[in-house]
Design a protein around this ligand. Structure first.
Ligand SMILES: [Ca+2]
Ligand SMILES: [Ca+2]
Ligand SMILES: [Ca+2]
Length: 402
């Protein structure tokens, strides 16, 4: 019988796991060197000792590869493992075979501690204003002709699993001379009135470098006069279980629904059409589920309304229908308002020091059929200085409105 020996001299877990072979001492050598490939990946050498033709076959996964996959004698082979951008550890199996021996090996690689870091994904576009028929001035017979576009700004895959779209609780035109919240948590936490999350366990929703996802209020095709807004191929939508049969949401069964962790709405949730609510994307830590979130992240505090100017005194009551997103969960935040009525930043200036807007005034004529779209620099890279006044094109043409 011909002699074949496989040796591994690598930093990664290379464990013989299948077939009986006459070289049990080799397996023992391997076991003594078992370690897991670090999340960052890398290149690792191992030796194949053989005096006959051998071939490496993989399981087809593309995150690892070999410097050579066949040979006719002993060789040093390099296996290169990509960085793992998912929070999930991953495993691959490959085999080395000759005419008489086939042995399988496993590579295990650690997952990332954080799936998405600030700036990896940004909100590229928000279309919250209604579409208007330019000839009749009429709007669609729905409030669901809205979307948010989120883009991967990195040069690698980013997983959107557990990414949440949230809306600010605070209105950017609130009367700050009259209304105040205590405590004002904004320096540390963002008060929100809906939390819609992309469900996934870490590697379900890969977003390639430069790629975008569209989250639609309703994933339908809308025709408004001569305009068409086709959201029927959106990546996600949100579907509300309305408590009022006269106002029901429409579900597109082809399009994945976001997990509704909380919404202030008892019927159908829409983005704020006048543009006084702001939007952020946040990464929800793995160890928090919807039940724990609603239980532990309510905004507990008091809202004061000062009517003393009118001789009516100061009214106070408990803050209702408001939840909190810790600012360190926020991946990107975009304050929204318009110049005529702006009073306060719903998300703290450390997240976004400015605001974007569709129209200069609070009129449908000004904002209708317009979106806020993030600028790109000369090289095509999306600009994010955390100041939406500078980073956005205001009153821009929605990319999906034809
Ligand atoms: Ca909907
Ligand atoms: Ca759906
Ligand atoms: Ca940002």
């Amino acid at each position: 019988m011909k002699k074949v020996l496989f040796f591994a001299a690598a930093m990664f877990m290379l464990a013989a796991c299948s077939e009986e072979s006459p070289f049990t001492d080799v397996s023992a050598d391997l076991n003594s060197q078992i370690s897991t490939v670090q999340q960052a990946g890398g290149s690792f050498n191992f030796s194949i000792e053989s005096n006959e033709q051998w071939t490496i076959s993989t399981d087809g996964q593309e995150w690892y590869g070999f410097s050579q996959t066949e040979g006719s004698s002993s060789a040093t082979v390099t296996v290169t493992v990509d960085e793992n951008y998912s929070i999930k550890p991953r495993t691959a199996e490959f085999s080395i075979s000759t005419a008489t021996v086939n042995k399988s090996y496993v590579i295990t690689q650690a997952g990332a501690t954080v799936a998405v870091t600030v700036g990896d994904l940004v909100i590229e576009e928000i279309y919250y204003a209604k579409t208007i028929d330019s000839t009749t001035g009429k709007t669609a017979n729905t409030a669901q002709d809205q979307y948010v576009k989120i883009t991967n700004t990195t040069d690698h895959v980013v997983y959107a699993d557990r990414l949440a779209l949230v809306e600010s609780f605070i209105n950017s035109s609130m009367d700050v001379d009259m209304v105040s919240y205590d405590p004002d948590v904004r320096p540390e936490q963002s008060p929100v009135d809906f939390v819609f999350m992309i469900a996934g366990d870490g590697d379900d929703h890969p977003l390639a470098a430069g790629e975008s996802i569209i989250i639609a209020a309703g994933a339908q095709r809308y025709e408004i006069g001569d305009k068409v807004l086709d959201l029927s191929a959106a990546d996600f939508e949100w579907y509300d279980n309305s408590t009022n049969e006269n106002y029901v949401d429409v579900d597109n069964p082809e399009i994945t629904n976001l997990d509704i962790w909380y919404t202030y709405s008892l019927t159908v949730t829409s983005l704020h059409q006048q543009g006084f609510k702001s939007y952020a994307i946040a990464y929800i830590p793995q160890d928090i589920d919807a039940v724990a979130y609603v239980e532990n992240y309510k905004w507990i505090g008091t809202v004061y309304e000062d009517w003393s100017e009118y001789g009516l005194g100061v009214f106070e009551e408990a803050i209702e229908k408001a939840y909190l997103i810790p600012n360190e969960w926020v991946v990107d935040a975009v304050n929204v308002s318009h110049p005529e009525d702006f009073t306060t930043l719903p998300f703290h200036s450390s997240l976004d020091a400015g605001y974007a807007y569709c129209g200069a005034t609070n009129t449908l004529a000004d904002r209708g059929s317009k979106a806020i779209v993030r600028k790109r620099d000369a090289s095509g890279k999306l600009i994010d200085t955390n100041n939406s006044t500078n980073d956005f094109n205001h009153g821009a043409t929605p990319s999906l409105l034809k």
